[in-house]
Design a protein around this ligand. Structure first.
Ligand code: ZN
Length: 262
């Protein structure tokens, strides 16, 4: 059910609004990605230059724009900031606008934007540190189950479907990881990936689980083979799997797995 809210803005205004909100949320995700896996507070202290430790003034914290105006360097010591920061802000903004384009001005858009944000944070933490923090996988899973139980009008999934999705996501992926271990004799898929699939199942139900695992495995296998062939990486260099699952989940979110939506 697509529930519209009063004062529905035009598609163009909705696009701009979600884009701006996405930039700001992306700016917060940059903090989450650095601090959450290191057990540091997300709120304090304010952002600092990683080199000279001088705090970054508020006017320099405007997403993307500050980066452009400052040339991406610290005002005090001139150290270059990573281009990852504005890239994550832009990515979040684009995803939020795209979710709005698909789901309109609705409760679904609100929740799917939050879901996309957690996928972005998880992806960049997994790429950097090869871990998926429990706060995102287990925490997101619990929140998704709880929300589905609250009977919020317009919420995309009911509790029973979310529960079935959770169980199918967790069990299917656990079996995939066992099979992977049996075939390759390597612990390739971590427990974090399995919990993440529980989360994705609680958001989408079993259809989303199938798409996510299918797309994730195909992409993971492709990248694995390419990295062995081209970059001569050994089979032993682990590839983080969370990002592939995130792409699989986005394929379902944007209804690109047409078979389920007809
Ligand atoms: Zn500095």
């Amino acid at each position: 059910m697509m529930l519209s809210w009063p004062l529905e803005p035009s598609p163009a205004i909705r696009f701009v609004l979600l884009f701006v909100v996405g930039l700001c949320v992306g700016s917060f995700l940059n903090v989450v990605i650095i601090r959450l896996p290191r057990g540091r507070s997300l709120l304090k202290p304010s952002s600092r230059c990683g080199f000279c430790r001088s705090s970054i003034p508020t006017w320099m914290n405007i997403p993307v724009l500050s980066f452009l105006f400052s040339g991406g360097t610290c005002a005090r010591c001139g150290t270059a900031f990573s281009a990852r920061y504005p890239a994550i802000e832009l990515l979040t903004a684009i995803l939020f606008s795209a979710v709005g384009a698909v789901y309109g001005w609705s409760v679904q858009t609100l929740f799917f934007c939050l879901f996309s944000a957690s996928l972005i944070a998880m992806t960049f933490i997994d790429l950097e540190l090869r871990i998926i923090p429990d706060q995102i996988s287990l925490g997101g899973w619990l929140v998704a189950l709880l929300l589905s139980a609250l009977n919020i009008p317009g919420y995309p999934i009911d509790f029973f479907s979310a529960l079935m999705g959770s169980i199918s996501g967790y069990l299917t992926f656990w079996l995939v990881s066992r099979a992977f271990l049996a075939v390759t004799q390597e612990e390739g898929l971590g427990g974090g990936d399995v919990k993440l699939m529980g989360f994705i199942g609680a958001v989408f139900g079993w259809k989303g689980v199938l798409t996510t695992i299918l797309v994730g495995n195909i992409l993971g296998a492709l990248v694995g083979v390419i990295s062995i062939l081209i970059y001569k990486k050994s089979k032993r260099s682990p590839i983080p799997f969370g990002p592939f699952l995130a792409i699989g989940a986005l394929v379902h979110l944007f209804q690109l797995d047409l078979m389920w939506w007809i």
